[in-house]
Design a protein around this ligand. Structure first.
Ligand SMILES: [Zn+2]
Length: 250
C-alpha cells in the first residue's frame, strides 16, 4: 500500500539504501538504524532517519486504493476493520475510523521515552523535524520525554526492541477482536503482505481459521493461497483494487 503512494520500499538493502544514500555510504542496513540502540549511539542520525520518514508520511497523500477500501467497508453491515504493519498512519489519513484500525507495529505519529521511564506515549504532532537529507542528520533538537526530559523515540516496534510500549496496539487489538467476534463471514483483503515478516499473513490465516473468513490475497510476488476457495491476484495493491472496482462499476 505504501509503495503505491510513492513511499520508499525497505525490503532488501538496495531499495533502502537508494532512499537513504547517507546510510548506504556508512553501510548501515535498515535493521541497524531501525533499532533503539541507534538512538543511543547515533541520536542525530537515528532521528535524521525517523524525522525524514515522519515528514514524508505526513506530506504524502494515500493513493486512491485507500478510498476504494473505505467505500467497500461503508457498504457492509459491520464495516471495515484494518490490521496493518505499516507505521505511516495512512489508513487514518484516508478517512478510516481510528477505532477500527490495529497498527501491529505501532505508529510514527506517536512518541515514547527512549529509556522508557514509564508507560506513557504521546502524539508526535508538535514535533516538526528539520533534516539534512543528504547526511541523514536531524538539524533541530530531538523531541524529549515530558516526564524525565530524556530523549524520545517513535512508538514503533523496532529490531531488537524490548522497550516498545505496546499498550496502544494492545487496546487496538482488543477492539479488533471484539469486532471480529461480532462480524459474520469476514472477507480478508490482504495487500502486499509477504512471508519475510509474516505478522500480517499470520493474522489473515487466524481470521480464516477462527472466524471462518475467506481470503483475497493481492501480492505481486507471493500470491499463492492456502485453500481452493480463496483468491490470489499477482498484482500491486492499487492496480488490483482499481481493477476490482472497475468490474463492480460495470
Ligand atoms: Zn522519560
Amino acid at each position: 500500500m505504501g509503495v503505491d503512494s510513492g513511499l520508499p520500499d525497505f525490503r532488501g538493502s538496495e531499495g533502502f539504501w537508494k532512499a537513504y544514500p547517507a546510510l548506504c555510504q556508512q553501510a548501515i542496513p535498515f535493521y541497524e538504524i531501525a533499532n533503539p540502540a541507534a538512538f543511543r549511539r547515533h541520536p542525530q542520525l537515528a532521528w535524521g532517519f525517523y524525522g525524514h520518514r515522519l515528514r514524508l508520511y505526513r506530506n504524502t497523500l494515500p493513493h486512491a486504493g485507500f478510498d476504494i477500501l473505505r467505500r467497500w467497508g461503508a457498504a457492509k453491515t459491520h464495516g471495515l476493520n484494518v490490521y496493518t504493519s505499516n507505521v505511516d498512519g495512512h489508513f487514518q489519513q484516508a478517512g478510516m475510523q481510528d477505532t477500527h484500525i490495529h497498527e501491529c507495529h505501532g505508529s510514527i505519529h506517536y512518541l515514547q521515552c527512549l529509556l522508557p521511564c514509564r508507560d506513557s506515549i504521546w502524539q508526535a504532532d508538535p514535533f516538526i523535524p528539520e533534516v539534512d537529507e543528504m547526511q541523514c542528520q536531524l538539524l533541530n533538537a530531538a523531541p524529549t520525554c515530558p516526564h524525565c526530559g530524556g530523549m524520545a523515540r517513535p512508538n514503533i516496534l523496532m529490531f531488537g526492541d524490548a522497550d516498545w510500549l505496546e499498550q496502544r496496539a494492545q487496546q487496538q487489538a482488543a477492539r479488533q477482536a471484539n469486532w471480529l467476534s461480532r462480524a459474520s463471514r469476514p472477507l480478508v483483503i490482504e495487500l502486499g503482505a509477504g512471508t519475510a515478516i509474516p505478522s500480517v499473513r499470520n493474522f489473515s490465516h487466524r481470521v480464516m481459521l477462527e472466524y471462518g473468513g475467506r481470503l483475497l490475497r493481492i501480492n505481486l510476488r507471493e500470491s499463492q493461497v492456502p485453500f481452493a476457495q480463496d483468491v490470489g491476484l499477482a498484482m500491486g495493491a492499487l492496480e488490483a483494487l482499481t481493477a476490482i472496482q472497475a468490474v463492480l462499476d460495470h
